[in-house]
Design a protein around this ligand. Structure first.
Ligand code: ADP
Ligand code: MG
Length: 377
């Protein structure tokens, strides 16, 4: 163990140091020369400025001029009562010289082991963090996938719902346009037979039976059609559903429409609503099919106490409404207008047609409204 001054002069040396460095003299410089001396002075300088132990390497000259390499360990010395330049305490590392130095080396070794352990743990933590991050990314991707799957499912459901609605509409129209109207024609045909059977009681009874059956079939058909009523009627009520219908028709045909609701709107019994809705569908179909190039189709709903009047007008080519007798229409297989009238009479209402060639067409449907109807639409 040595005490040296900042410029490298030996201040004190213990017996072991003197033994390791023969010729060492207190007050003289350590035997360090040449380039290694500058390095040595820098090292002493660094040691002088710290209270912590600082490991280093020292090359000292032997008597024969060769260099001995010493691991060493230096720190600022604090000697009580010493005045002057800072002193540095140097431990030279020679196996026989200082046991404490070896202890220190062991501690350094421990420190290195601890550092390594810490680094290992840091790496472990880092890899855990990375795994967690990857997990988060995966979870996020899963969530995104789930949301898009849900959206897809919603779309499929909506498509199915729309398809279902289309199917109902198609079925209802088939029933109404074909079965319903043929039934009307059948009824007329059967009734036309009546006068020919006067006097033949058996045949007349038979015919009455057939008429009764036709009526039963009509009832059944009406119930089915009612069940198949457009969902829009249930969801939005008659007036809004009608507005949708008219708007949709206008978009499809490119013919302008106008819809007015006058008076105080009241809820309609389901059967009235479906009847007027189907009537409106048929009236619109007729405008598109027969009115030529009308500039508009207008709907007026007039609610008055106890009554509802629906008028559908167009300014198309019109037709000879007076000559469109029931019989001639049936014989031509034109069952739309007749069907409308039939349906209106089933809900206790009436249907009027006003038309003449070049004057456009008006379809006027009137129904009674009782205040407390059982099913509302
Ligand atoms: N808005 C309308 N404009 C002109 N003609 C119409 C109109 N509505 C009905 N018609 C006439 O009345 C006839 C009967 O109509 P309809 O009973 O619905 O039978 P269809 O539509 O099957 O011909 C039609 O063929 C047409 O000549
Ligand atoms: Mg028609």
């Amino acid at each position: 163990m040595l005490l040296v001054r900042r410029m490298g002069e030996v201040e004190a040396a213990n017996a072991m140091a003197r033994e390791a460095l023969p010729g060492l003299e207190v007050g003289c410089s350590l035997p360090v020369q040449g380039a290694v001396r500058d390095e040595f002075l820098r090292y002493v300088d660094r040691c002088a400025s710290t209270a912590a132990t600082l490991p280093g390497v020292l090359f000292l000259q032997r008597g024969d001029g060769g260099l001995d390499r010493h691991s060493c360990h230096g720190m600022r010395a604090r000697l009580h009562g010493f005045e002057g330049h800072a002193l540095v305490l140097l431990h030279l590392d020679a196996p026989a010289l200082d046991r404490r130095f070896r202890l220190l080396a062991a501690k350094l070794h421990d420190a290195r082991r601890i550092m390594q352990e810490r680094r290992r743990r840091t790496l472990q933590l880092q890899s855990l963090m990375r795994e967690r991050e990857a997990l988060l990314v995966r979870m996020e991707a899963d969530a995104v996938a789930r949301v898009s799957a849900e959206r897809e499912r919603d779309e499929v459901l909506a498509r199915l719902y729309r398809a279902g609605q289309d199917e109902r509409r198609r079925l209802a129209r088939d029933l109404h346009d074909h079965a319903g109207q043929h039934l009307v024609a059948l009824n007329f045909g059967l009734r036309r037979l009546l006068p020919h059977l006067m006097g033949t009681t058996a045949a007349q009874n038979e015919l009455d039976g057939l008429l009764g059956q036709a009526q039963d079939v009509g009832e059944a058909l009406r119930r089915v059609t009612l069940a198949l009523r457009p969902a829009a009627l249930d969801e939005f009520g008659f007036v809004t559903a009608l507005r949708y219908l008219v708007d949709e028709w206008s978009r499809a045909t490119g013919i302008g429409t106008e819809m007015q609701v006058c008076g105080e709107e009241v809820p309609l019994p389901a059967e009235h609503a479906i009847t007027l809705y189907r009537l409106s569908q048929e009236a619109l179909t007729n405008v598109a099919k027969h009115a030529g190039r009308p500039s508009y189709a207008s709907f007026v709903l007039l609610f008055s106490p106890g009554h509802l009047t629906l008028t559908v007008d167009d300014d198309g080519v019109g037709f000879e409404a007076d000559e469109a007798s029931t019989l001639s229409l049936v014989s031509q297989g034109k069952l739309g207008l007749i069907g409308m009238r039939e349906r209106m009479s089933l809900v206790g209402g009436t249907l009027e047609l006003e038309s003449s060639p070049g004057q456009g067409t008006s379809v006027i449907a009137r129904v009674h409204l009782t205040i407390d109807a059982p099913h509302h639409a």
